[in-house]
Design a protein around this ligand. Sequence first.
Ligand SMILES: [Zn+2]
Length: 413
Amino acid sequence: MQSFESLEEFLKGQLPATLELLRQMVGINSWTLNPAGVNRLGHFTAEQFAPLGFAAEFVPPTNLEFGNHLVLTRPGKSSRSIALVSHLDTVFPPEEEVRNDFRWQVEGDRIYGPGTQDIKGGTAMMWLVLHALRSQAPKVFEDVTWKLFFNSAEEMFSPDFRQVCRARCDAQTLAALVFEAEGRLTDERLMVVARKGRASWRVTVSGRGAHAGGKHSQGANAIVQLSQILTRIAALTDYARDLTFNVGIVAGGAGLNRVPHEAVAEGEFRAFTPEIFKQAKAALLALAGPGDVRSPADGFRCDVKVEILSENLPWPRNDASDRLYSFWKQAGDDLKIPVNLQERGGLSDGNLIWDAMPTLDGLGPWGDNDHCSERSADGTKVPEYVEISGFVPKAKLNTLAILKLVEARAAVS
Ligand SMILES: [Zn+2]
């Protein structure tokens, strides 16, 4: 690389173009269940990376309610590759954006708008870093094969994206770098080296209905049974082991004069390690079977059914991610930017790929209030935003760390 000063200068010069790119991306509604919008953003993104030499491939999702995944590839002179990962979708339906007047708004050092932080700001960061590499380290830029992966439905969990990434990477893939937002602790920039796994579940209780007046004792009350089960599920939460269970939705009953014959609840659980995740799942499934609530008349029992609806396994702390992190730490030391690591509770595409190639997350810019669109006059509700002044330092850090990573691997091979 030429010098830190020249890198900084270059990045500052590119910032207006980066923010203009972000503005245009934020202007395209790409709610996960708006596949036309997601596809429009996919084509727009492909056009923006084309001048850097990237060819586009649109990959149809398994779930046809979603838009196409996007893969952009730039073949390098060597077979060594680096994967950069982002997603196209956001959590905001178009009506919600209109209702809350949630759109691109620049105020001071903040830009508000759907996806500014999660994750269009990350895609803009990716674009900026690749420009910096081309300009400041052209040999490395030309040498490495760059593979950019954009999930069309990250916010609704699309397990097929796992294969989209894995099928296009190999042992020569040095790293998968995920551009979800940066963490911050005072002035420390936090890189993500692990994420919790998450499973969603449904409990269905079948009891026996009865007239609440004349035949009350014939009934086996499904709601009463479900409430007992939910108390036991809630008690499985164990903060000391970073295991959380959340009961999210509950429904049951059809009238006040009927002993309810059915009740249903749904929720999720999360854990950092595969062992605790597995134990949690077993404890949940063990609640299935004949219940404690019976009809006083003849002992008819409620029946409890437990289903796992979806499962996204943990990305646990591991050596490959830690080693990758060390390049960001070194780059931070060189640039006098405090860098640290974190294990994060939320999921990302890192959960799908960490065991196939060394994975690091949190390369995006810093912002806050992701998944929020409401704003109140008294300032107690603030929508999603990204911080403008965070782009250049973070891009500097990412660029230098990627160069260190390539250099270290060149020394080995
Ligand atoms: Zn999100």
